[in-house]
Design a protein around this ligand. Structure first.
Ligand code: NDP
Length: 495
């Protein structure tokens, strides 16, 4: 029997009013059921929102530094439970242990950052245009925030949202991805153990189209913080935005790395392998296109194919494994469909392109690391996010053409350039149209205290990470104190 997990609503671990449950399956071994979870519905979300509303006043009035001290304890507990959390994550979503340890570390870093940031929830003092009058701004929490997250960073992404939301004085209703509900449940346990008031955090599992939608549509949810696909993000923006809710969207990517003719090719090769095939290509920042200068194209491509052949697939819990499975069979089928379309549209498949089988891989959702050449803008595999281990290698004749190719996408999350030419590096930092650019590093590798987010179809202009996240989770309030004892009219008196 697998473990029966619960929702956490109004201070209690409870089943869903729907009476229905769903299973969380290990993608490396479909016979391994991590647990069963309640399938939340509109009534569960109603109760969760009511509890979060009830908790709001006490929580927002608690001194921010006290809220920050709770975050310090959250970081300490995550640190103590790091290995347990990393192993659970690998079991439920497949990425290799070295990566899930990094995912938990990102949560720890985000907690300790929140501890410090609690004492920096500052406003401004600004001179008044009138005498004997004091002007200032402060930041106030939004109210009840709905948090909806994907499965590829099951701990880190929820922490990016929950920690700044709570530290800023909001209460929350949290719906994690249905593929990674166990890690989310442990995270909520940690928050409660650290001292978050029971009603201030509510966890409702369930399908996005029902539970997630109920959160987005709820009239007493004041803001939505969503990370996931651009398709779902656009729907949320239309519905929640239509109700004038504050909405933060962190969406898909189609990221590219440029390899210039003067680049350190060994370094570039390592970076492209890590960027394209880390997390089995299932990162919003994954390198899905590499644009190589024609002078080094043949050499780089040959080395890339040879190095990719050496990558070992298997369970992320096993030593020596480079690539775990993709998240489930539906994802594997979708990736394979993209590969077939890529070939039909004129891409040249030079490696992979098949389900990975044998050697203990038959009971999981494994896909071979795949490389295409002859890919051009306009082809489906160039334009759409595949979210799997599929890399398109493209050729550029100049720096200018490389930048044009990199920008020839509707997405704009991450990018990188390998070059030793300082002029090329600075021009690239200026002219590449993405939210993040790395010089001589892969497209993946965000640091928790730095702003994170993208342009174009990747988002709606907000940033997560570091201090930037706190701007989303609070409103500016403007305050005037007139101590003149007379009516003073702005723009009229004293002019
Ligand atoms: P989805 O958009 O399918 O799902 C994300 C979350 O939204 C899940 O919790 C899902 O629930 C829920 N959801 C689905 N439909 C709705 C709906 N109609 N209303 C409300 N909630 C809904 O994305 P994936 O989980 O497949 O994640 C992969 C995507 O996330 C990729 O596009 C990737 O690029 C992007 N991503 C972006 C990042 C960024 O910071 N820019 C970081 C990481 C990933 P359920 O699981 O039940 O379906």
């Amino acid at each position: 029997m697998s473990k029966a997990y619960m929702n956490y609503i109004a201070g209690e671990w409870c089943d869903s009013e729907s009476g229905k449950r769903f299973d969380d399956i290990n993608p490396a071994d479909h016979g391994d059921v991590v647990g069963s979870f309640p399938q939340g519905n509109v009534q569960d979300v109603d109760r969760a929102v009511a509890a979060a509303q009830e908790a709001f006043d006490d929580w927002r009035l608690m001194p921010a530094l006290t809220r920050g001290e709770i975050m310090k304890r959250v970081g300490d507990i995550l640190l103590a439970r790091k290995e347990e959390l990393a192993r659970l994550q690998t079991r439920e979503m497949g990425k290799v242990l070295v990566e899930t340890r990094g995912d938990v570390q990102e949560g720890i870093d985000t907690a300790y950052f929140a501890f410090g940031q609690a004492s920096r929830l500052t406003g401004q003092t600004i001179p008044s245009e009138l005498p004997n009058k004091f002007n200032m701004t402060t930041r106030i929490p939004l109210g009840v925030v709905g948090i909806i997250t994907p499965w590829n960073f099951p701990l880190a992404i929820p922490t990016w949202k929950l920690f700044p939301a709570l530290t800023s004085g909001n209460t929350v209703v949290f719906k994690p991805a249905s593929d990674t509900p166990a890690t989310a449940t442990l995270l909520v346990e940690v928050l409660l153990e650290a001292g978050i008031p029971p009603l201030a955090i509510n966890l409702v599992h369930g399908p996005g189209a029902e539970t997630g939608k109920a959160i987005v549509d709820h009239p007493h949810i004041d803001a939505i913080s969503f990370t996931g696909s651009s398709a779902v993000g656009k729907v949320i923006n239309a519905t929640a935005g239509g109700e004038l809710k504050r909405v933060s969207l962190e969406l898909g990517g189609k990221n590219a790395a440029i390899i210039m003719d003067d680049a350190d090719l060994d370094l570039a090769l390592e970076g492209v392998l890590w960027g394209a095939f880390g997390t089995t290509g299932q990162r919003c920042t994954a390198t899905s296109r590499v644009i190589v200068h024609e002078q080094v194209y043949d050499d780089f491509l040959e080395r890339l194919i040879e190095a990719t052949k050496q990558l070992r697939l298997g369970s992320g819990l096993d030593d020596g494994v480079d690539l775990g499975p993709v998240i489930n069979d539906a994802a594997r089928d979708r990736i394979h469909q993209y590969v077939q379309t890529g070939s039909q549209e004129g891409g040249k498949l030079v490696l992979g392109g098949r389900f990975a089988q044998g050697d203990g891989l038959d009971s999981g959702s494994f896909y071979e690391p795949t490389i295409f050449t002859d890919v051009l803008p306009g082809m489906t595999i160039h334009d759409e996010e595949i979210f799997g281990p599929v890399l398109a290698v493209m050729k550029a004749t100049s720096f200018t053409e490389a930048i044009e190719l990199l920008n020839a996408t509707d997405y704009g999350l991450s990018s990188s350039i390998y070059t030793n030419d300082v002029q090329a590096a600075f021009r690239a930092m200026r002219d590449i149209h993405t939210g993040i650019t790395y010089v001589n590093g892969p497209t993946i590798g965000a640091e928790a205290h730095m702003p994170f987010g993208g342009v174009k179809n990747t988002g709606n202009g907000h940033r997560e990470g570091g201090a930037a996240a706190y701007e989303f989770f609070s409103e500016v309030k403007t305050l005037y104190v007139d101590y003149s004892g007379t009516l003073q009219r702005a723009q009229i008196d004293n002019r």
